[in-house]
Design a protein around this ligand. Structure first.
Ligand code: TYD
Length: 206
């Protein structure tokens, strides 16, 4: 490969993303690919500091626009410091959440609309995923799955917010069918993993 391959995972809280990311990473590594796994917000020292600021439940006063800009700032650093260099070296980059999270959570969930896409044009700098796996789970089921855990500032938001986020994801899936593969996350771990591998193999062998 002259340029690596960029895969992102998206989905609401409690959709089983981490499990599927681990399975795909292991499969690609076994197949001989050099895989870099990262996450948003975070993935670099600076972006992890921004993450702490955003998710801290003590920051209840944070304005929605501040939040959107902080996610974009964390992303700008991650794209330039880690994702682009890794892709240039021919690696496969798997990122747990990326710009679609900002569109779903900040544009749709917080209701900030088009401003979010505009800010993120600069953050992403043309480095869009080759494939995005969207794990679709009804938000009520998602919040039941994470009920026992301690919640960060975003997870604490209302059910109505999470419903809007979910609807935002469905719109994105409709808008970008070539890039976004939506999968019903209520299937078994194995079924979902097979569907993901099938699509990844198909696209990577093009
Ligand atoms: P994290 O613990 O990584 O959540 P998850 O395990 O569900 O991926 O926390 C990230 C939170 O930040 C999550 O609730 C989604 C939210 N988020 C946004 O609101 N906008 C964004 O651009 C990103 C990347 C995440």
């Amino acid at each position: 490969m002259d340029r690596g391959f960029f895969i992102t995972f998206e989905g609401g809280d409690g959709s089983g993303k981490s499990t599927q990311i681990g399975i795909l990473r292991d499969r690609l590594t076994e197949a001989g690919y050099d895989v870099v796994l990262t996450r948003e917000p975070g993935g670099t020292q600076i972006s992890e500091k921004i993450r702490d600021l955003i998710l801290d439940p003590a920051n209840g006063e944070m304005d929605d626009m501040t939040e959107a800009m902080l996610y974009a700032a964390a992303r700008a650093q991650l794209v330039r410091q880690l994702i682009k260099p890794a892709l240039a070296e021919g690696k496969v980059v798997i990122c747990d959440r990326f710009v679609d999270s900002s569109i779903a959570y900040q544009a749709y969930g917080r209701g900030l609309g088009d401003a979010v896409g505009v800010i993120n044009t600069y953050a992403v700098d043309d480095c869009m995923p080759d494939l995005t796996i969207l794990l679709k789970l009804d938000p009520e089921r998602g919040s039941n799955r994470i009920a026992g855990r301690e919640h960060d500032r975003i997870e604490q938001a209302s059910d109505a917010f999470h419903r809007k986020v979910y609807e935002g994801y469905l719109k994105l899936e409709e808008m970008y069918p070539e890039r976004i593969l939506g999968i019903d996350a209520s299937g078994t771990i194995r079924e979902i993993a097979e569907e993901i591998s099938g699509r990844v193999n198909e696209i990577m062998s093009r």
